[in-house]
Design a protein around this ligand. Structure first.
Ligand SMILES: C[S@@+](CC[C@H](N)C(=O)[O-])C[C@H]1O[C@@H](n2cnc3c(N)ncnc32)[C@H](O)[C@@H]1O
Length: 228
């Protein structure tokens, strides 16, 4: 793997896999379950097959499968995540793949729906990735991106930053043994583009009917776009 950022991200996720879901659940006060349900609802009527990118241990893949039991390809850079997920959450019609979301190993017009939860932030070539998502979607196909954003409410904003930079690395460090992975989480959230910029990127990639929904006071945003 030539890209040092990609290697860093892959190594971090390989390391934290065991308690990854638990940290998400505790760290978000259970909100992460609701965020993923929201994505699953959006994709409930998407045409088969589906693609879940940066799928981790299939946390979102499984949630989508409950609402839309179409065949689903689930791709992640971390083999450890996929292996752990297969032990915990395998379901009929799931096709796991170890690969890079920036270079998809699929033909044009392959999928009716694509999801990517908390993975887009980790990509370095986001424009290229979006053009890949567009390429492999069928006409009328739906892209749903779930990603952290930055709350703007004055007091909440400051409390959230303290929580993100101090409490999350502490919690993540204790439960996964890798505090640095959660310092990276905080820094990557701070560096991630605004909602407006993400929508612009979607538009530039060719998506239409773009919308963004703010969840949990701006902690997370859900973006949608259609491939025409
Ligand atoms: C925060 S986890 C999200 C997992 C899952 N989507 C969820 O909702 O919990 C991000 C995942 O993205 C994966 N990832 C990071 N960069 C990637 C890339 N370039 N291609 C594919 N997967 C990538 C990581 O290995 C990790 O499993």
């Amino acid at each position: 793997m030539g890209d040092p950022h990609k290697k860093f991200v892959k190594d971090k996720f390989d390391r934290i896999v065991r308690n990854y879901d638990l940290v998400n659940f505790l760290g978000s006060f259970g909100q992460d379950v609701l965020w993923r349900k929201e994505v699953a609802r959006e994709l409930s009527s998407a045409e088969p097959p589906l693609l879940d990118l940066c799928c981790g241990p299939f946390t979102l893949s499984k949630e989508i499968h409950k609402k839309n039991p179409s065949p689903m390809f689930a791709l992640d850079l971390s083999l450890e995540m996929l292996v752990y997920g297969m032990r915990k959450r395998a379901f009929p019609g799931l096709f796991p793949l170890c690969g890079d979301a920036e270079e998809l190993p699929f033909k044009d017009y392959s999928f009716g729906g694509i999801s990517i939860a908390f993975g887009f932030r980790n990509l370095t070539k986001r424009e290229k990735a979006l053009s890949e998502f567009y390429r492999v979607l069928k006409p009328g196909g739906l892209l749903v991106i779930l990603e952290f954003s930055r709350p703007t409410l004055p007091v909440f904003k400051s409390l959230y930053r303290l929580y993100l930079h101090y409490f999350m690395p502490l919690l993540g460090g204790i439960l996964t043994g890798d505090k640095e992975a959660y310092q990276y989480l905080a820094n990557s959230i701070e560096a991630f583009p605004s909602q407006e910029k993400v929508c612009e990127m979607l538009k530039k990639a060719g998506f239409e009917d773009i919308s963004v929904k703010t969840l949990t006071l701006g902690v997370v945003s859900l973006y949608k776009g259609i491939r025409r």
